[in-house]
Design a protein around this ligand. Structure first.
Ligand SMILES: Cc1ncc(COP(=O)(O)O)c(C=O)c1O
Length: 438
């Protein structure tokens, strides 16, 4: 290997210090740490693509509303456990405006980020029926959600959707659901890490099978409307963010302030429980809590026990951002479209130098340019490629950590700076020379 931007021995030594024998299993935090150490020791700037953190300023509308609320002394008061009524109203309107689904404000519950929304949803779903003790992941997915289940001691099962898109999804899903032990199905759409977007026919399959087997669908919309192939930014006008909500009555939509509104630091999201699910009582919940419905247990038992509600001022921020978007006064997607532009440029560079996209299509349509994309290199495993790219000052995470069976890496566009494209081009040219394809 010649002319690598960073001395191979330096990287190998840093990796050794972290005691990582298989780089395909390195976590995001480990890759980040190794990259920072190597950067400091070599003096060569890393092109950092491992973290999925928003790289843009927060929505001004949110910040202003939050400051105003704080000046009005709301910090001293416990927030209403059900959520601020303005936020509940605006979340319900938002769902109508951008998804074209009717969901009552009652079911729109603020949470400290979607992370808490999934934690509370996993717990509630797992307690409904004692025979249903397993969560099904349509992977690849967000690794921390599995960590949540490990923390709470719940079982999960997963499959990589790569081989099961379109018509193939039905039999695959049914092979799990027919066992009768699945309480909920979870997936993100657009997907972290692959940026695939499930098509209407796939959402229909998920919804219909969920109804048939009486399973709750947890639809993680952390990257709400960020499929930039279509303009999903106009309130109350099609096209809308696709959703399983059109195909089943029992679901939770997890909406996050973190990515679409660049508001990750304040830990705010809204878990939106469908009307029928909110009202439904389950034998397992009645036995454990002496009564209650899915919605009331979720709020008054589980969220109450977890954090007694969500930061008061952040709820004002989220309410203001959603209201401005609903009123057509704030095109939140315009602020984040830059991620798609970055992905387009980055993909071009990698593809020009022998890489391929791992998850490349939504059935017959090329995937969108967005927050993430996935790359592979012929003949290289995920671990080899992740480690090898470190010698070129490029950091990304192995797909193995996301429940994918494919060989490759997840690259995130959020920290890319304008001056880094030419540098990446130079480095990938050397990479290609050092790794001739057969
Ligand atoms: C798929 C997915 N779900 C949830 C989250 C977390 O969202 P929040 O910041 O609202 O907790 C992320 C963040 O990276 C994500 O990628």
């Amino acid at each position: 290997m010649k002319n690598t931007p960073i001395d191979k021995n330096l990287i190998d030594d840093v990796i050794k210090e972290f005691h990582i024998s298989d780089f395909s299993k390195a976590t995001i935090r480990e890759v980040k740490e190794i990259a920072s150490r190597a950067e400091a020791e070599s003096g060569v700037e890393f092109i950092k693509m491992e973290m999925g953190v928003p790289g843009l300023p927060p929505s001004k509308i949110g910040v202003e509303a939050e400051i105003k609320a704080l000046r009005n002394n709301i910090a001293s008061l416990y927030p209403n456990i059900n959520g601020l009524s303005d936020l509940k109203e605006e979340a319900s309107r938002f769902i109508k405006a951008f998804i074209n689904v009717d969901l009552k404000p009652e079911g729109c519950v603020p949470v400290t980020g979607s992370m808490q929304g999934t934690f509370a949803s996993f717990l509630t779903c797992s307690q409904c029926d004692e025979k249903k003790d397993t969560i099904l992941f349509i992977d690849p997915g967000f690794p921390v959600q599995k960590q949540q289940l490990v923390v709470m001691g719940q079982k999960y099962i997963t499959f990589d959707v790569y081989e099961f898109r379109g018509a193939k999804l039905k039999d695959k899903l049914e092979s799990y659901l027919k066992n009768g032990n699945i309480s909920a199905i979870i997936y993100s759409n657009p997907n972290n890490p692959s940026w695939i977007c499930l098509k209407e026919e796939e959402l229909r399959t998920i919804g219909e099978l969920a109804t048939k087997y009486d399973v709750v669908v947890l639809e993680d919309l952390a990257y709400f409307a960020m499929d930039f192939r279509k303009d999903l930014s106009q309130p109350f006008k099609p096209p809308y963010q696709p959703t399983v909500a059109h195909y089943t009555d029992y679901y939770v939509l997890l909406i996050s302030g973190s990515k679409a509104f660049s508001y990750a630091g304040q830990r705010i999201g809204v878990s939106c429980i469908s009307d029928k699910l909110y009202q439904r009582s389950y034998p397992g919940l009645t036995k454990r809590y002496g009564g209650g419905t899915f919605g009331t247990v979720f709020i008054h038992r589980i969220l109450y026990a977890l954090s007694s509600g969500t930061s008061h001022s952040a709820q004002y921020a989220m309410a203001a951002m959603l209201k401005a978007a609903n009123d057509g006064k704030y095109n939140f997607l315009n602020e984040v479209r830059v991620y798609g532009k970055r992905a387009e440029k980055l993909k071009k560079i990698f593809l020009n130098h022998g890489f391929h996209l791992v998850y490349d299509k939504d059935l017959d349509e090329p995937i969108a340019d967005g927050f993430y994309f996935t790359i592979g290199y012929p003949g290289m495993s995920s671990g080899e490629l992740a480690k090898e790219l470190m010698y070129y000052g490029v950091s990304a995470i192995s797909l193995e950590t996301t429940g994918s069976n494919q060989q490759g890496l997840r690259a995130c566009t959020s920290f890319i700076q304008d001056h880094q494209y030419t540098e990446l081009e130079k480095r990938m040219k050397i990479f290609e020379e050092n790794h001739p394809r057969i």
